[in-house]
Write a protein that binds this ligand. Structure first.
Ligand SMILES: Nc1ncnc2c1ncn2[C@@H]1O[C@H](COP(=O)(O)OP(=O)(O)OP(=O)(O)O)[C@@H](O)[C@H]1O
Ligand SMILES: [Mg+2]
Length: 250
């Protein structure tokens, strides 16, 4: 089941139209997303920023099919996510979307390599050996494949999570505060790697962050305030992002 969205360019990886998400009912209802329309270009690294409570995580969850919307639509490529059944959504998430979370979410009893390949295995798919080599070498994990998560640094664990997200060649990788649990050096490593995956592998990455330095690795920053779009910055620097955030009262 897929519909074509008019006005979306072929190179748009993810398109949201008039997204509304309301939590709760009556007087205590919160409009976490209040009519958000935004496109994310394929092969670009976009950061989503905004004050606490502005709707960043809600937007990411709705874009990635981890949460339902009350109105509006999300397209991943030409496929409409918002009209999928639960089964269709599970398949779409498995085949076309990669996730990186703040807490690395690796299985402790598996080696780095087994963790990287787990998703493909569960989907009954074989890894493309050449692509696996590329991903392992770009993430700098070649010497670490036999190690369990507790034998790896936080930065290395997050690079395993990045490799796991990339190995299935997803249309888009969503990252929610991927450096939130890392020291600044490991954080810079992971951000540098995400940057490389966009530049050299053509990956599309959408990252939620509250850190202007992290956002400066992106090609574009989308700003949210009170569940609405509040501007965007192209070729951001930490300073330009910080200034924009101050303007939003963050
Ligand atoms: N499950 C929920 N039930 C009720 N309200 C919620 C729920 N999840 C989020 N909200 C509310 O929706 C709004 C947006 O929340 P969201 O988590 O998307 O913000 P955020 O920008 O990610 O914030 P932070 O930077 O603190 O992570 C907030 O007012 C929040 O309290
Ligand atoms: Mg959040």
């Amino acid at each position: 089941m897929s519909t074509t969205l008019s006005g979306v360019q072929a190179r748009t990886a993810v398109a949201a139209r008039q997204l509304v998400k309301v939590y709760g009912k009556g007087e205590t209802a919160v409009r976490a997303l209040d009519g958000v329309s935004v496109d994310f270009a394929a092969g670009q690294f976009t950061a989503i920023m905004g004050p606490s409570g502005s709707g960043k995580s809600t937007l990411m969850h709705c874009l990635a099919g981890l949460d339902t919307v009350d109105a509006g639509s999300v397209h991943i490529g030409q496929v409409e996510l918002t009209s999928q059944s639960d089964k269709g959504l599970t398949k779409l998430r498995r085949d076309r979307i990669g996730f990186i979370f703040q807490s690395f979410n690796l299985l402790p009893t598996l080696t780095a390599e087994q963790n990287i390949l787990l998703g493909l295995q569960l989907a009954g798919r074989r890894p493309d050996p050449e692509w696996l080599d590329t991903v392992v070498s770009v993430t700098g994990l070649a010497q670490r494949l036999g190690h369990k998560p507790n034998e790896l640094s936080g930065g290395q664990q997050q690079r395993v999570a990045c490799a796991r997200a990339l190995v299935a060649k997803p249309d888009v990788v969503f990252a929610d505060e991927p450096t939130g649990n890392l020291d600044s050096r490991s954080g810079a490593e992971v951000l540098g790697f995400l940057r490389t995956s966009v530049r050299e592998l053509g990956q599309t990455v959408i990252m939620v962050t509250h850190d202007p330095v992290a956002a400066s690795y992106a090609d574009r920053v989308v700003l949210l305030a009170d569940g609405r779009l509040a501007g965007e910055i192209h070729q951001p620097t930490a300073d330009s992002v910080l200034a924009a955030m101050k303007n939003l009262g963050a």
